[in-house]
Design a protein around this ligand. Structure first.
Ligand code: PHE
Length: 341
Protein backbone atom coordinates (compact mmCIF):
# COMPACT_ATOMS: atom_id res chain seq x y z
CA UNK A 1 0.00 0.00 0.00
CA UNK A 2 1.57 3.28 -0.97
CA UNK A 3 1.28 6.37 1.15
CA UNK A 4 -1.63 7.71 -0.95
CA UNK A 5 -3.59 4.54 -0.46
CA UNK A 6 -2.86 4.61 3.26
CA UNK A 7 -4.15 8.15 3.55
CA UNK A 8 -7.29 7.36 1.54
CA UNK A 9 -7.86 4.42 3.86
CA UNK A 10 -7.68 6.81 6.80
CA UNK A 11 -10.25 9.07 5.13
CA UNK A 12 -12.58 6.10 4.75
CA UNK A 13 -11.97 5.18 8.35
CA UNK A 14 -13.00 8.65 9.45
CA UNK A 15 -16.13 8.55 7.34
CA UNK A 16 -17.14 5.09 8.47
CA UNK A 17 -16.36 5.51 12.16
CA UNK A 18 -19.40 4.92 14.38
CA UNK A 19 -19.42 7.13 17.41
CA UNK A 20 -22.15 6.33 19.89
CA UNK A 21 -20.68 7.18 23.25
CA UNK A 22 -18.41 9.63 25.01
CA UNK A 23 -15.76 6.90 25.10
CA UNK A 24 -15.82 6.16 21.37
CA UNK A 25 -15.73 9.91 20.68
CA UNK A 26 -12.60 10.21 22.84
CA UNK A 27 -10.91 7.28 21.07
CA UNK A 28 -11.71 8.92 17.75
CA UNK A 29 -10.35 12.26 18.97
CA UNK A 30 -7.07 10.75 20.15
CA UNK A 31 -6.57 8.84 16.93
CA UNK A 32 -7.28 11.65 14.49
CA UNK A 33 -6.97 14.93 16.41
CA UNK A 34 -4.84 14.22 19.47
CA UNK A 35 -1.29 15.47 19.97
CA UNK A 36 0.13 12.26 18.55
CA UNK A 37 -2.48 11.59 15.91
CA UNK A 38 -2.06 9.33 12.89
CA UNK A 39 -2.14 12.20 10.48
CA UNK A 40 1.03 13.64 11.94
CA UNK A 41 2.77 10.29 11.42
CA UNK A 42 1.61 10.06 7.88
CA UNK A 43 2.43 13.69 7.10
CA UNK A 44 5.95 13.02 8.34
CA UNK A 45 6.32 10.74 5.35
CA UNK A 46 5.96 13.60 2.88
CA UNK A 47 9.70 13.49 2.44
CA UNK A 48 9.26 10.22 0.56
CA UNK A 49 6.68 11.67 -1.82
CA UNK A 50 8.01 12.80 -5.19
CA UNK A 51 8.11 16.60 -5.45
CA UNK A 52 5.45 16.89 -8.14
CA UNK A 53 2.94 15.00 -5.96
CA UNK A 54 3.71 16.73 -2.67
CA UNK A 55 0.90 19.26 -3.14
CA UNK A 56 -1.64 16.58 -3.95
CA UNK A 57 -0.52 14.64 -0.88
CA UNK A 58 -0.80 17.67 1.37
CA UNK A 59 -4.33 18.30 0.23
CA UNK A 60 -5.30 14.70 0.79
CA UNK A 61 -3.98 14.69 4.37
CA UNK A 62 -5.74 17.98 4.98
CA UNK A 63 -9.05 16.61 3.78
CA UNK A 64 -8.74 13.74 6.25
CA UNK A 65 -8.05 16.22 9.04
CA UNK A 66 -11.03 18.34 8.06
CA UNK A 67 -13.37 15.35 7.86
CA UNK A 68 -12.20 14.25 11.30
CA UNK A 69 -12.77 17.71 12.80
CA UNK A 70 -16.26 17.94 11.37
CA UNK A 71 -17.24 14.49 12.50
CA UNK A 72 -15.89 15.18 15.96
CA UNK A 73 -17.80 18.49 16.28
CA UNK A 74 -21.09 16.96 15.16
CA UNK A 75 -20.89 14.00 17.50
CA UNK A 76 -19.70 16.07 20.41
CA UNK A 77 -22.73 18.38 20.08
CA UNK A 78 -25.06 15.42 19.69
CA UNK A 79 -23.75 13.60 22.72
CA UNK A 80 -23.86 16.81 24.75
CA UNK A 81 -27.52 17.46 24.02
CA UNK A 82 -28.31 13.81 24.73
CA UNK A 83 -26.71 14.06 28.15
CA UNK A 84 -28.58 17.30 28.83
CA UNK A 85 -31.85 15.56 28.17
CA UNK A 86 -30.88 12.49 30.10
CA UNK A 87 -29.51 14.31 33.10
CA UNK A 88 -31.72 17.36 33.52
CA UNK A 89 -35.14 16.59 32.21
CA UNK A 90 -37.58 14.27 33.85
CA UNK A 91 -40.01 13.51 31.09
CA UNK A 92 -42.55 12.15 33.53
CA UNK A 93 -43.02 15.56 35.20
CA UNK A 94 -46.21 17.49 34.37
CA UNK A 95 -45.72 20.50 32.10
CA UNK A 96 -45.37 24.06 33.36
CA UNK A 97 -48.68 25.67 34.11
CA UNK A 98 -49.04 28.73 31.94
CA UNK A 99 -51.30 31.33 33.48
CA UNK A 100 -53.67 33.18 31.24
CA UNK A 101 -54.52 36.81 31.80
CA UNK A 102 -57.97 38.08 32.55
CA UNK A 103 -59.93 41.25 31.99
CA UNK A 104 -59.63 43.93 34.63
CA UNK A 105 -62.90 44.29 36.58
CA UNK A 106 -63.16 47.91 35.43
CA UNK A 107 -63.01 46.75 31.82
CA UNK A 108 -65.61 44.07 32.51
CA UNK A 109 -68.06 46.58 33.93
CA UNK A 110 -67.29 49.27 31.37
CA UNK A 111 -67.81 46.82 28.52
CA UNK A 112 -71.06 45.63 30.05
CA UNK A 113 -72.36 49.20 30.33
CA UNK A 114 -71.42 49.87 26.71
CA UNK A 115 -73.06 46.62 25.64
CA UNK A 116 -76.33 47.53 27.34
CA UNK A 117 -76.54 51.04 25.90
CA UNK A 118 -75.50 49.93 22.45
CA UNK A 119 -78.66 47.81 22.36
CA UNK A 120 -80.66 51.03 22.39
CA UNK A 121 -78.59 52.88 19.85
CA UNK A 122 -75.85 54.64 21.83
CA UNK A 123 -72.49 54.87 20.05
CA UNK A 124 -69.16 55.11 21.83
CA UNK A 125 -67.20 58.35 21.48
CA UNK A 126 -63.77 58.77 23.03
CA UNK A 127 -61.53 61.80 23.20
CA UNK A 128 -58.53 63.41 24.93
CA UNK A 129 -57.80 63.24 28.65
CA UNK A 130 -55.93 66.56 28.63
CA UNK A 131 -58.60 69.17 27.98
CA UNK A 132 -58.97 72.88 27.70
CA UNK A 133 -61.03 74.92 30.11
CA UNK A 134 -63.80 75.46 27.57
CA UNK A 135 -64.61 71.80 26.99
CA UNK A 136 -64.22 70.70 30.59
CA UNK A 137 -65.95 73.67 32.27
CA UNK A 138 -67.03 76.82 30.47
CA UNK A 139 -69.12 75.24 27.72
CA UNK A 140 -70.80 73.17 30.43
CA UNK A 141 -72.13 76.25 32.09
CA UNK A 142 -69.29 76.58 34.56
CA UNK A 143 -67.61 79.89 33.66
CA UNK A 144 -64.48 80.92 35.49
CA UNK A 145 -65.11 81.53 39.20
CA UNK A 146 -68.35 79.55 39.10
CA UNK A 147 -68.65 77.91 42.52
CA UNK A 148 -69.62 74.59 40.95
CA UNK A 149 -66.04 74.18 39.78
CA UNK A 150 -65.24 73.31 43.37
CA UNK A 151 -67.39 70.19 43.03
CA UNK A 152 -64.55 68.68 41.02
CA UNK A 153 -61.09 69.33 42.44
CA UNK A 154 -59.03 69.89 39.36
CA UNK A 155 -55.48 69.24 38.25
CA UNK A 156 -54.34 72.32 36.36
CA UNK A 157 -51.20 72.53 34.28
CA UNK A 158 -48.94 75.10 35.95
CA UNK A 159 -47.62 76.82 32.88
CA UNK A 160 -51.04 77.09 31.28
CA UNK A 161 -54.09 77.21 33.56
CA UNK A 162 -56.27 76.90 30.48
CA UNK A 163 -55.28 73.23 30.26
CA UNK A 164 -56.63 70.67 32.73
CA UNK A 165 -56.74 66.93 33.19
CA UNK A 166 -60.40 66.35 32.45
CA UNK A 167 -62.49 65.98 35.59
CA UNK A 168 -65.30 64.19 33.77
CA UNK A 169 -66.03 62.84 30.30
CA UNK A 170 -68.72 65.48 29.76
CA UNK A 171 -65.95 67.24 27.83
CA UNK A 172 -66.35 64.59 25.14
CA UNK A 173 -70.06 65.38 24.96
CA UNK A 174 -69.24 69.03 24.30
CA UNK A 175 -66.86 68.04 21.50
CA UNK A 176 -69.50 65.78 19.95
CA UNK A 177 -72.20 68.45 20.17
CA UNK A 178 -69.86 70.96 18.51
CA UNK A 179 -69.14 68.58 15.65
CA UNK A 180 -72.29 66.56 15.03
CA UNK A 181 -75.85 67.47 14.29
CA UNK A 182 -78.75 66.01 16.30
CA UNK A 183 -80.01 63.39 16.69
CA UNK A 184 -77.04 62.54 18.90
CA UNK A 185 -76.94 59.39 20.99
CA UNK A 186 -73.52 58.72 22.46
CA UNK A 187 -71.67 57.16 25.36
CA UNK A 188 -68.36 58.63 26.46
CA UNK A 189 -66.33 56.17 28.54
CA UNK A 190 -62.88 57.05 29.78
CA UNK A 191 -60.46 57.95 32.52
CA UNK A 192 -60.88 61.15 34.50
CA UNK A 193 -58.76 62.93 37.10
CA UNK A 194 -59.53 64.75 40.32
CA UNK A 195 -57.19 66.24 42.86
CA UNK A 196 -58.51 64.18 45.75
CA UNK A 197 -56.75 62.56 48.64
CA UNK A 198 -56.32 58.90 47.86
CA UNK A 199 -58.24 56.67 50.25
CA UNK A 200 -60.25 53.46 50.23
CA UNK A 201 -63.19 55.35 48.73
CA UNK A 202 -61.63 57.91 46.40
CA UNK A 203 -58.70 58.12 44.03
CA UNK A 204 -57.08 60.85 41.98
CA UNK A 205 -58.06 59.03 38.79
CA UNK A 206 -61.02 56.86 37.96
CA UNK A 207 -63.29 55.96 35.06
CA UNK A 208 -66.64 57.26 33.96
CA UNK A 209 -69.23 56.40 31.41
CA UNK A 210 -71.41 59.32 30.48
CA UNK A 211 -74.32 59.32 28.07
CA UNK A 212 -75.96 62.00 25.97
CA UNK A 213 -79.12 61.96 23.91
CA UNK A 214 -80.24 64.98 21.91
CA UNK A 215 -83.17 65.12 19.54
CA UNK A 216 -86.49 66.90 19.09
CA UNK A 217 -88.93 66.29 21.95
CA UNK A 218 -86.63 64.43 24.29
CA UNK A 219 -88.18 64.44 27.75
CA UNK A 220 -87.34 63.64 31.33
CA UNK A 221 -89.60 60.58 30.99
CA UNK A 222 -87.31 59.32 28.20
CA UNK A 223 -84.36 59.71 30.55
CA UNK A 224 -86.07 57.74 33.31
CA UNK A 225 -87.14 54.99 30.97
CA UNK A 226 -83.62 54.69 29.55
CA UNK A 227 -82.07 54.50 33.00
CA UNK A 228 -84.68 52.02 34.20
CA UNK A 229 -83.86 49.77 31.24
CA UNK A 230 -80.14 50.12 31.92
CA UNK A 231 -80.34 49.33 35.62
CA UNK A 232 -82.51 46.26 35.07
CA UNK A 233 -80.13 44.95 32.40
CA UNK A 234 -77.11 45.53 34.62
CA UNK A 235 -78.34 44.37 38.01
CA UNK A 236 -81.49 42.34 37.34
CA UNK A 237 -85.12 42.75 36.41
CA UNK A 238 -86.43 43.26 39.95
CA UNK A 239 -84.22 46.26 40.62
CA UNK A 240 -86.07 49.53 41.16
CA UNK A 241 -84.78 53.06 40.70
CA UNK A 242 -85.33 56.07 42.91
CA UNK A 243 -84.68 59.56 41.56
CA UNK A 244 -83.65 62.35 43.91
CA UNK A 245 -83.42 66.00 42.89
CA UNK A 246 -79.83 67.21 42.71
CA UNK A 247 -77.69 69.88 41.13
CA UNK A 248 -75.27 69.91 38.21
CA UNK A 249 -74.44 73.16 36.41
CA UNK A 250 -74.93 71.57 32.98
CA UNK A 251 -78.32 69.96 33.52
CA UNK A 252 -81.67 71.40 34.57
CA UNK A 253 -83.46 69.74 36.22
CA UNK A 254 -80.77 67.48 37.67
CA UNK A 255 -81.13 64.27 39.61
CA UNK A 256 -79.24 61.49 41.29
CA UNK A 257 -80.37 57.94 40.81
CA UNK A 258 -80.39 55.25 43.49
CA UNK A 259 -81.13 51.58 42.88
CA UNK A 260 -82.45 49.01 45.30
CA UNK A 261 -79.44 47.38 46.87
CA UNK A 262 -78.70 44.37 44.69
CA UNK A 263 -76.76 42.71 47.49
CA UNK A 264 -79.53 42.57 50.11
CA UNK A 265 -82.47 43.20 47.79
CA UNK A 266 -83.41 46.32 49.75
CA UNK A 267 -83.52 44.77 53.21
CA UNK A 268 -80.42 46.60 54.43
CA UNK A 269 -76.79 45.52 54.58
CA UNK A 270 -73.23 46.85 54.83
CA UNK A 271 -73.01 47.72 51.15
CA UNK A 272 -76.06 50.02 51.23
CA UNK A 273 -75.28 51.16 54.77
CA UNK A 274 -78.60 49.64 55.85
CA UNK A 275 -80.66 52.04 53.74
CA UNK A 276 -81.71 49.49 51.12
CA UNK A 277 -80.59 51.87 48.34
CA UNK A 278 -77.27 52.63 46.63
CA UNK A 279 -76.52 55.69 44.55
CA UNK A 280 -75.18 54.90 41.09
CA UNK A 281 -75.35 57.95 38.82
CA UNK A 282 -76.09 61.61 38.20
CA UNK A 283 -78.27 62.84 35.37
CA UNK A 284 -80.55 65.54 34.08
CA UNK A 285 -81.89 67.45 31.09
CA UNK A 286 -79.11 69.23 29.23
CA UNK A 287 -79.25 72.93 30.19
CA UNK A 288 -80.38 75.02 27.18
CA UNK A 289 -77.36 77.25 27.75
CA UNK A 290 -75.07 74.26 27.15
CA UNK A 291 -76.84 73.46 23.88
CA UNK A 292 -76.43 77.08 22.85
CA UNK A 293 -72.72 77.01 23.71
CA UNK A 294 -72.38 74.08 21.32
CA UNK A 295 -74.39 75.69 18.50
CA UNK A 296 -77.46 73.53 18.95
CA UNK A 297 -80.77 75.39 18.88
CA UNK A 298 -82.43 74.85 22.30
CA UNK A 299 -85.81 75.86 20.88
CA UNK A 300 -85.74 72.98 18.47
CA UNK A 301 -83.78 70.37 20.42
CA UNK A 302 -83.68 69.01 23.93
CA UNK A 303 -81.54 66.36 25.48
CA UNK A 304 -80.70 64.34 28.51
CA UNK A 305 -77.34 63.39 29.95
CA UNK A 306 -76.14 61.02 32.63
CA UNK A 307 -72.82 60.04 34.11
CA UNK A 308 -71.59 57.25 36.33
CA UNK A 309 -68.33 56.20 37.96
CA UNK A 310 -67.19 52.80 36.74
CA UNK A 311 -65.12 52.09 39.87
CA UNK A 312 -68.12 52.75 42.06
CA UNK A 313 -70.34 50.34 40.16
CA UNK A 314 -67.53 47.78 40.01
CA UNK A 315 -67.03 48.02 43.76
CA UNK A 316 -70.72 47.58 44.41
CA UNK A 317 -71.07 44.73 41.96
CA UNK A 318 -68.08 42.71 43.19
CA UNK A 319 -68.14 44.03 46.77
CA UNK A 320 -64.63 45.46 46.56
CA UNK A 321 -63.91 47.42 49.71
CA UNK A 322 -60.94 49.52 48.58
CA UNK A 323 -60.71 51.49 45.32
CA UNK A 324 -56.90 51.40 45.47
CA UNK A 325 -56.93 47.67 44.69
CA UNK A 326 -58.02 48.54 41.18
CA UNK A 327 -54.76 50.24 40.27
CA UNK A 328 -52.21 48.23 42.22
CA UNK A 329 -51.81 45.45 39.67
CA UNK A 330 -51.74 42.82 42.38
CA UNK A 331 -52.31 39.55 40.54
CA UNK A 332 -53.99 38.03 43.62
CA UNK A 333 -56.70 40.64 43.16
CA UNK A 334 -56.87 40.45 39.38
CA UNK A 335 -56.98 36.64 39.24
CA UNK A 336 -60.29 36.65 41.06
CA UNK A 337 -61.98 38.00 37.94
CA UNK A 338 -60.93 35.20 35.60
CA UNK A 339 -64.40 33.81 35.19
CA UNK A 340 -66.27 36.97 36.14
CA UNK A 341 -68.65 38.67 33.78
N1 PHE B 1 -70.31 65.02 34.83
C1 PHE B 1 -70.93 64.68 36.08
C2 PHE B 1 -69.83 64.28 37.06
O1 PHE B 1 -68.77 63.98 36.65
C3 PHE B 1 -71.91 63.55 35.95
C4 PHE B 1 -73.09 63.93 35.17
C5 PHE B 1 -73.13 63.78 33.81
C6 PHE B 1 -74.22 64.48 35.80
C7 PHE B 1 -74.24 64.14 33.07
C8 PHE B 1 -75.30 64.83 35.10
C9 PHE B 1 -75.33 64.67 33.76
O2 PHE B 1 -70.04 64.30 38.25
Amino acid sequence: MDIFEKTTALLNEVNDATITSVESLETFRIRFLGTKNVLKDIFGEIKNVPNERKKEFGQLVNSVKQAAEEKFAIHQAQLQSNTDVAENIDLSLPGDITTTGSRHPIQLVKNRIIEIFSKIGFNVEEDREIEDDWHNFTALNMPEDHPARDMQDTFFINVNPDIVLRTHTSSVQVRVMENQKPPIRILSPGRVYRNETISARSHCFFHQVEGLYIDENVSFADLLQTLDFFVKELFGQDIKIKVRPSYFPFTEPSAEVDVTCFICGGGGCNVCKHSGWVEILGCGMVDPKVLENCNIDPKKYAGFAFGMGVERITMLKYQIKDIRLMSENDTRFLEQFKSAR
